[in-house]
Design a binder for this molecule. Structure first.
Ligand code: 0X9
Ligand code: ZN
Length: 300
C-alpha cells in the first residue's frame, strides 16, 4: 500500500496501481501509454464510471528528480477513488481520468538508485546519457531554451520525438486527443501555474479564459496554507523553452485547457523537497484542481 509521508520508488508506485485495478475492477483499468528505452512500461490508470465522458489527463514525472510530481499525481488518483468529498466524487464520476504518474520511468529509477538529481531519460547518447523529455516534443523543437549538447540537462535529442518515451506517449495521446478537456503536466519547483507557449509571450487563442481559470484555481490553492502560485505563460513566468509536452498538446491536439504546475517549493529545498511537505502540497493542489474542474466543465 501507499502513503504520502514519504516518496515511493517506481516498483512501489506500479504495484500500487495494479492493486487499484484489482480493488476497483469496474472503475479502474491499467493503461499502457508507451515504453521506455530500457524496456519499462509507461503505466497509467484509467478511472471511468461509464461511457461517453470527456477526459482529464494527468502527466507526472517527466523529469526524474522532481519526486513531488508522482507523489502529487498518485495522491490525486487516490482521492478520486476514496474521497467522500462531494466535489471530488463528482469530478471522479463526470470525467474519464487518464493518469500517468511517471512518464520517465527509466530516469525515475535512476534518480532513486544512483543519482538523486537526474532529470533526463536514460538513453545512451554519444559519450553520455539522456535526453530531456520535456524538450523532445514536436512543437518548435530546439527553437529556444533547449540544447543540442548531449551533456546538458536540457538536451533536446537528435530530432523531435527521437525518444521512445515521447514517441509512444504522444501516439497514445493522439489516439484520445479529441476527447481531452484538461491536460495537466506536473513539475517542480517554483509555485507556478504555466500555460502555453514556451517560445512566445504572444497569447494563445483562449489566453484570457486560461489565465482567469488558472488564477482562480491558484486562489483556491492559496486558501489552505497561504501558498502563493503565480499564473502565466511559460515564456513570461519562467523562461523561454520549447519542445515541452504542453505546447504540443495545445497546438497539435487542440486541447482547450492545458497547464503545467511547478509544485513546491519555492527554492528552499528545491527538487529535494522534504517528505513532510508532500501532504501539504497534495492538499493545496487538490483544492486547486477541484476549482479548475468546476470551471473546465464550461468547455465540455
Ligand atoms: O524547464 C522545464 O521543462 C520546466 N521547468 S523544470 O524546472 N520543472 O524543468 C518548465 C516547463 C515549461 N513548459 C514548456 N516549456 N512547455
Ligand atoms: Zn520539470
Amino acid at each position: 500500500t501507499m502513503g504520502w509521508d514519504s516518496y515511493y520508488d517506481l516498483d512501489a508506485i506500479y504495484a500500487w496501481m495494479d492493486d487499484l485495478a484489482k480493488e476497483y475492477p469496474s472503475i479502474v483499468t491499467i493503461i499502457i501509454g508507451g515504453t521506455t528505452f530500457e524496456g519499462r512500461q509507461i503505466k497509467g490508470v484509467k478511472i471511468s464510471h461509464g461511457t461517453g465522458r470527456r477526459i482529464i489527463f494527468l502527466e507526472g514525472g517527466i523529469h526524474a528528480r522532481e519526486w513531488i510530481s508522482p507523489a502529487t499525481v498518485t495522491y490525486i488518483t487516490n482521492e478520486l477513488l476514496t474521497s467522500d468529498n462531494e466535489e471530488t466524487v463528482a469530478a471522479a464520476r463526470d470525467f474519464d481520468w487518464y493518469i500517468f504518474p511517471v512518464t520517465n520511468p527509466d530516469g525515475y529509477v535512476y534518480s532513486h538508485s544512483t543519482f538523486r538529481m537526474w532529470r533526463k531519460n536514460r538513453r545512451p547518447v554519444r559519450d553520455t546519457f539522456g535526453v530531456d523529455l520535456n524538450r523532445n516534443w514536436n512543437n518548435n523543437w530546439l527553437v529556444v531554451g533547449a540544447s543540442s549538447d548531449e551533456t546538458r540537462d536540457d538536451y533536446a535529442g537528435h530530432g523531435p520525438f527521437s525518444e521512445p518515451e515521447t514517441r509512444t506517449l504522444s501516439t497514445y495521446l493522439a489516439s484520445i486527443g479529441d476527447k481531452i478537456d484538461l491536460y495537466l503536466s506536473f513539475h517542480s519547483y517554483g509555485h507556478l501555474l504555466l500555460l502555453p507557449f514556451g517560445n512566445t509571450t504572444e497569447p494563445l487563442a483562449n489566453y484570457n479564459d486560461s489565465m482567469a481559470i488558472g488564477r482562480r484555481a491558484m486562489g483556491a490553492l492559496s486558501v489552505r496554507f497561504g501558498t502563493q502560485y503565480k499564473t502565466g505563460n511559460i515564456a513570461e513566468a519562467i523562461y523561454k523553452a520549447t519542445g515541452g509536452s504542453i505546447d504540443w498538446v495545445k497546438e497539435t491536439l487542440k486541447v482547450p485547457l492545458v497547464y503545467c504546475y511547478e509544485l513546491r517549493d519555492n527554492g528552499t529545498e528545491g527538487f529535494v523537497l522534504p517528505p513532510s511537505e508532500i501532504m501539504p502540497n497534495n492538499l493545496e493542489v487538490m483544492d486547486s484542481l477541484l476549482d479548475m474542474i468546476l470551471q473546465a466543465r464550461r468547455f465540455g
